[in-house]
Write a protein that binds this ligand. Structure first.
Ligand code: CO
Length: 311
């Protein structure tokens, strides 16, 4: 009797399931060549998606969506996620799988034999959170067993990104009547990276003067935007976060019923206000910009025989 065994990560199946899953090929109408992850050889490649994180249930939608797309795009890579916010991690509990820091995940990956690593920032601007991620990655170079590490820049990582994101935002705005304005809420930072919001505001204004962006924790804040909206003569304002996830800032500080929310401030200022809380990472067109930065990082990883400094 001939015993046939093969090491390829496929198995034959006669059970046809529709629609076909990724990696599943039909040999005929009834026979399926099915991808079997259990037989997959151990991979030395990994992708780490690093987001600020949120304590709100439902806020994982952004990270889950990008993770699913990264898994589909890079079948030869393990895809892991980490949260850069210490506050969010403490809230989730230090040992929960979803609440791990980039350092913890990276140490684990090194122990498990990963040698090539692409870290993708899921931050919006190159502010403090991105800078500390950058320091973690720089600290690992040449150490901890990794041969190569590349870091993908955040959504608004350079001037070309700002232009592209302005154009992309116009494709994901809520439906509105002529004369209605959209006010995007960015987070804001005390550091120099805050200037990126003004650059984005300029790009947006050139494309559509009724699309504005302000910052929650920096200038230009809500008061400056109320003045602009009055000058524009908009009676109705759509609020939308330019924040990765629908976390506390989007749901409470932007759209909340409390008197300090942007919604309440705009209503007091006499505008009709409609809030749309979907996180930026939940819009496939915006997620594609982050994924494009990941693609560049993976390309550098695969092209690069030496461990170059992070671009
Ligand atoms: Co904040």
């Amino acid at each position: 009797m001939l015993a046939l065994s093969f090491a390829l990560p496929f198995r034959l199946s006669t059970a046809v399931s529709r629609p076909p899953r990724a990696g599943q090929k039909f040999l005929s109408g009834r026979v399926v060549l099915r991808y079997s992850p259990a037989r997959m050889p151990e991979t030395h490649n990994a992708i780490l998606l690093a987001a600020f994180g949120s304590r709100l249930p439902g806020a994982e939608a952004s990270l889950d969506a990008i993770r699913a797309r990264a898994c589909g795009l890079y079948p030869g890579y393990r895809v892991e996620t980490a949260l850069t916010s210490g506050t969010v991690r403490r809230h989730k509990g230090a040992h929960s799988r979803q609440g791990q820091s980039p350092e913890d995940i990276l140490k684990g990956l090194a122990r498990e034999g990963v040698t090539r690593l692409a870290v993708q920032s899921l931050h919006v601007i190159p502010g403090d959170e991105f800078k500390s991620l950058e320091r973690v990655v720089a600290g690992l170079k040449g150490g901890q067993g990794f041969e190569r590490i590349e870091l993908g820049r955040p959504l608004l990582g350079n001037a070309a990104d700002v232009r592209l994101v302005a154009q992309t935002l116009l494709t994901v705005l809520p439906p509105r009547q002529p004369g209605e304005a959209v006010l995007l809420m960015g987070h804001g930072t005390r550091g120099r990276a805050n200037a990126v919001y003004q650059d984005l505001a300029d790009e947006l204004r050139a494309l559509d003067p009724l699309v504005l962006i302000g910052a929650l924790e920096a200038e230009p804040g809500l008061a400056a935007k109320v003045d602009e909206l009055r000058t524009l003569g908009a009676a109705k304002v759509h609020l939308m976060p330019l924040l990765f996830a629908r976390g506390v800032h989007a749901t409470r500080d932007m759209a909340g019923e409390g008197k300090n929310s942007w919604r309440a401030g705009l209503t007091r200022a006499g505008f009709t206000c409609e809030a749309h809380v979907k996180g930026a990472g939940e819009h496939p067109a915006l997620a594609a910009v982050w994924l494009d930065h990941l693609r560049e990082a993976v390309e550098r990883l695969e092209a690069n025989p030496e461990n170059r400094p992070v671009a």
